[in-house]
Design a protein around this ligand. Structure first.
Ligand code: SF4
Length: 341
């Protein structure tokens, strides 16, 4: 995840240490034992009540045979607690279709884990929202692909849009922080501004813009992904919207997810626009101190069947040259993937 609101506007949030906590590192950014522990995304189930066109989990109506049992899930949470992970995101599929999802959330809370939820929101009626509030859930990420016609079409269910908005409202009414998750590709690129405006109107605290993942059903959507030029234009549009919103008084956190090249694009954007820009943020500070750039990564691993995947990069400072940046990215990617070889 790359926090545009932090790096462009200096907005600090309680989750920053998960992304930008500075670890002591070896060469090429490889983390040592002193490095912060990873945030864990646990895909509780493959089962889902929707059939989204871009679903990287290839979710279906049935759970996968490899899913952890309730007892195994509790043991996993205990392991994560012992390992010292800072947060566990309950994901899926749709985690709330699993009958013991709330019990597992409660168990995680009892272990002292910072448990959060990623959901499509359709199962969050008033009763469910009350239960989530009773569990003192601090954060729920809810997916939205655009305004009504596009969202319902991409989610494969008429009426999904209204139900998703109702879930957002119910969580907000109960004091649960809501992040809206928007996966962008050619079929909904024109919804970017509308989704951004909707977030501002609803007082959403966080907007996460996901790049399309070429996995699951997302693989067959590959031809509908944005071109490199469109991707750059989209991210730059998001940067401008973020700055404008913050200059107008918004405190909304804005992040991009699942494309490490966004960090390099942000850096190049700074190179072009910094003289006119009066914001805060790490890149600004790093530039003024003339520090060399440094890359960090956080591993996010998914444990539906114990498998590991996904790496997250954060860019600190500025490169001495484009060549150095390229070498740094390559080295970081090699060392990160080497962890799983
Ligand atoms: S993207 Fe999420 S809501 Fe959509 S089918 Fe996949 S798991 Fe379900």
């Amino acid at each position: 995840m790359l926090s545009l609101s932090r790096l462009l506007c200096g907005l600090r949030t309680e989750s920053d240490p998960l992304r930008y906590g500075h670890a002591r590192q070896g060469s090429h950014g490889a983390a040592n034992d002193a490095a912060p522990k990873p945030v864990v995304v646990w895909a509780l189930t493959r089962a889902c009540n929707l059939r989204c066109v871009h679903c990287y989990a290839a979710a279906s109506s049935k759970p996968a045979s490899s899913e952890l049992t309730h007892a195994e899930g509790r043991a996993l949470l205990e392991d994560l607690r012992d390992f010292g992970v800072p947060a566990v995101l309950f994901s899926g599929g749709e985690p709330l279709v699993r009958h013991d999802a709330l019990d597992l959330l409660d168990y995680a809370r009892g272990l002292g884990l910072n448990a959060t939820l990623s959901t499509n929101g359709l199962l969050i009626d008033d009763a469910m929202a009350d239960k989530l509030a009773d569990l003192e859930l601090k954060y729920v990420g809810i997916s939205l692909d655009g305004l009504k016609p596009i969202h319902d079409k991409l989610r494969g269910q008429p009426g999904a849009y209204e139900e998703t908005l109702a879930a957002i409202r119910r969580c907000r009414e109960r004091g649960i922080k809501v992040g809206l998750r928007y996966t962008v590709h050619a079929l909904n690129l024109d919804q970017l501004d509308a989704v951004f405006d909707l977030c501002l109107d609803l007082g959403i605290q966080r907007l996460c813009v996901y790049h399309l993942a070429y996995a699951g059903r997302g693989r067959s959507l590959r031809r509908s992904d944005l071109s490199s030029e469109c991707t750059r234009a989209m991210v730059e549009r998001l940067m401008r919207r973020t700055i404008e919103a913050h200059e107008a008084g918004s405190r909304m956190e804005v992040l991009t997810v699942a494309n490490h090249a966004d960090a390099a694009l942000l850096l190049l954007w700074f190179e072009r626009h910094l003289p006119e820009f009066r914001g805060g943020g790490m890149a600004t500070a790093a530039r003024h101190r003339r520090q060399p750039f440094r890359l960090q990564y956080r591993i996010h691993w998914t444990a539906r069947n114990g498998s590991l995947r996904s790496v997250q990069l954060a860019l600190h400072g500025r490169p001495r040259s484009g060549k150095a940046l390229q070498l740094g990215l390559d080295a970081c990617a090699r060392s990160a993937f080497g962890c799983f070889a």
